[in-house]
Design a protein around this ligand. Structure first.
Ligand code: DAV
Length: 379
């Protein structure tokens, strides 16, 4: 079927949504301990973290909320697609590593990104997530077969061998993290190209990429070299007070041209606000989340800032977690129609509403929202 608009078309985080993939908790497993991840039970750091499949009850509760999000999106005229069933309990063995089980398909955002008419599969940064593109491949083939304009790129797979990681990272005392906060060195080193898709945020021609535990400078360099010839500008961004950064969408969340939600605990590195202020973008701090970090679900490895992991249906409609009243009120004051949906049972799978989705088609084209920019491309 040939649409007049491309089947794959999404240039930013906010244009009117047409088609989206919502994750699934089917067959989800606990994330294994590995060089790139040290999961622990909240408030019980000395109890061993569980391994293998999650309980049926936990999976059903998350799936109910994912189904609720699906119904809401469909009621707004959005086509919702779901990943294929995958056996996450299967171990992975490559020439470079072994890991006892995989993770889940709750967070397509971490793995897949639409950049205009191109789908990119991220390299990923953790062993248990090495094959996480697989539940989405059937959809990718469908989009690729349906429209000759669909471009599809898989980023180079890193070895994920021991040498790719900096295991001491996990032992650094807080004081040392503070001293090193401007070096942006985390649990992966700079030897191989590494990035998770969720460290990127799309603003038309301009793509922000966070340096993090899941994206290194070589990964950002690869993205620049890949995207600049296509007319994108790639901007590394940093949040030095986030000592365990992973994925930009609980830190810096654009909602419409000229407006970005920011995290009061994680200010942008000094100087990096210039491109936004020079182009009349407002950076607006969100209120404190309703839950404290201590009150987050025991198996959840993310912070309370999942509160700001909202999903835009359009430049005027935003989906927000049902219990986050302070943020909902702020969004309403900013002129948004807010759609609350219960989602706390999804938190232990690593994300909230933005993480648990991958938008494939939105209205609109590539716009330049940063006319006043001093940008130096690689070549
Ligand atoms: O701020 O805790 C959570 C997002 C993970 N996908 C955070 C990052």
């Amino acid at each position: 079927m040939q649409h007049s608009a491309p089947v794959v078309n999404s240039w930013n985080e906010w244009d009117q949504l047409q088609e989206i993939v919502v994750g699934s908790a089917d067959n989800a497993c606990f994330e294994p301990t590995e060089p790139g991840s040290r999961p622990s039970i909240r408030n019980h750091p000395d109890t061993p973290f569980p391994t293998g499949p999650k309980s049926k009850e936990a999976i059903d509760l998350a799936n109910e909320e994912l189904a609720g999000l699906t119904r809401l999106l469909e009621s707004q005229g959005v086509t919702v697609r779901r990943p294929e069933t995958h056996d996450f309990s299967a171990p992975v063995r490559t020439p470079d590593f072994e890991v006892e089980n995989q993770y889940c398909a709750v967070c397509p955002r971490d793995v897949m990104i639409t950049l205009g008419n191109e789908i990119i599969e991220a390299t990923m940064s953790r062993r248990a997530r090495y094959f996480e593109y697989q539940p989405y491949r059937k959809l990718v083939y469908e989009y690729w077969n349906a429209d000759p304009r669909t471009q599809w790129t898989t980023a180079p797979k890193p070895s994920m061998s021991d040498g790719m990681y900096r295991e001491e990272f996990w032992e650094w005392p807080l004081e040392q993290r503070h001293e090193r906060m401007h070096s942006f060195e985390f649990c992966i080193n700079q030897d191989e190209v590494v990035f998770d898709a969720a460290d990127m945020s799309r603003l038309g021609r301009d793509i922000l990429v966070q340096e993090s535990m899941t994206t290194n400078r070589a990964g950002i360099h690869w993205l620049k070299r890949h995207l600049e010839p296509k007319g994108f500008r790639v901007h590394p961004v940093h949040f030095p007070l986030d000592f365990f950064p992973s994925h930009i969408d609980c830190t810096f969340v654009p909602l419409r041209p000229g407006l970005i939600l920011t995290n009061p605990d994680r200010p942008l590195r000094e100087g990096e606000e210039k491109m936004f202020l020079d182009n009349d973008w407002r950076l607006v701090e969100v209120p404190q989340p309703v839950l404290t970090n201590e009150e987050m679900p025991p198996y959840c490895q993310s912070s309370k800032w999942l509160s700001m992991n909202v999903l835009s249906i359009s430049p005027t409609k935003v989906i927000c977690e049902a219990q986050e009243k302070p943020l909902q009120d702020m969004l309403a004051d900013l002129g948004f129609e807010v759609f609350p949906v219960p989602f706390r049972n999804v938190f232990e799978y690593g994300g909230s509403l933005h993480c648990a989705t991958w938008d494939v088609r939105r209205d609109g084209q590539r716009e330049d929202y940063f006319g006043n920019l001093d940008y130096r491309p690689l070549a």
